[in-house]
Design a protein around this ligand. Structure first.
Ligand SMILES: *Cc1c(COP(=O)(O)O)cnc(C)c1O
Length: 240
């Protein structure tokens, strides 16, 4: 079995190669290590190897882990950027606003109002991406790029304690990575539309691409790739 250090350098080389293939600077692509189901010790090990961005999808799991990492790393833990990548229930908004620097999975104005309020109470501004469902899968969360969504976006971007700066999407489960390309390309089209409709936001971040399809996502403009299995191996539990 290869070590985390081996996996990380292999992944980094693949990120660099994918970016170069399309003439992008690899530094534009942030590796987000998805640490869900893995213990705090694994996060600390990845931190020692230079990883600073970690993604979790469940508040119940993330809260004790973030606390454990803080106590293991002490002051250095402030270098970590914690990303919430899973669906957030309204009643968890307060915890999310406290624990995470960035939320990828904002999919309603209702949740946005709560996150903004709780972030404001803590004197924070949450970096936030709007999650869009472009794969057409009805089981997936996310806004659909339609008139109702533009209304919600309008309301969300006016909130004072959220800094909306991009879009997140999940591709459908497919047989080959290449099949995800139309979805990722659709994100760029969506981004251009958002830029036209809401020029007051930056729309610079595209969170797309996971272990099976991150190279295609980078070729199509991803700035944040969310990698679990490619770094840490298969997950034991099914809490994903
Ligand atoms: C689990 C998860 C990932 C990482 O998936 P891998 O296939 O292990 O890379 C990325 N994004 C979200 C939203 C996830 O829940």
């Amino acid at each position: 079995m290869s070590t985390l250090a081996d996996q990380l350098s292999a992944v980094q080389a693949r990120i660099d190669a994918a970016a170069r293939r399309v003439g992008r600077d690899p530094a534009e692509v942030t590796l987000l290590a998805v640490s869900k189901t893995h213990p705090a010790e694994t996060i600390v090990e990845a931190f020692a190897l230079g990883v600073r961005h970690f993604g979790e999808n469940r508040v119940e799991e993330a809260a004790p882990k973030i606390a454990a990492v803080r106590s293991m790393l002490g002051g250095r833990s402030a270098e970590i950027v914690w990303h919430m990548i899973g669906h957030v229930q309204s009643r968890k908004a307060e915890d999310v606003a406290q624990l995470f620097e960035r939320v990828h999975s904002l999919d309603s104005a209702k949740l946005a109002r709560r996150l903004s309020r709780f972030a404001g109470e803590r004197g924070r501004v949450l970096q936030t991406l709007l999650e869009f469902n472009l794969s057409g899968e009805t089981s997936k969360q996310g806004l659909r790029s339609d008139a109702a969504a533009w209304q919600e976006v309008e309301e969300i971007i006016a909130l004072p304690h959220l800094q909306i700066d991009g879009v997140m999407t999940m591709a459908a489960v497919v047989d080959t990575p290449e099949q995800t390309r139309p979805t990722f390309r659709g994100v760029r089209v969506l981004r251009d539309e958002l830029q036209r409709r809401f020029p007051q936001c930056a729309w610079s971040q595209l969170s797309m691409g996971m272990s099976d399809d991150f190279e295609v996502a980078i070729e199509e403009g991803a700035t944040l790739v969310r990698l679990g299995r490619a770094l840490f191996g298969e997950r034991q539990s099914h809490l994903d």
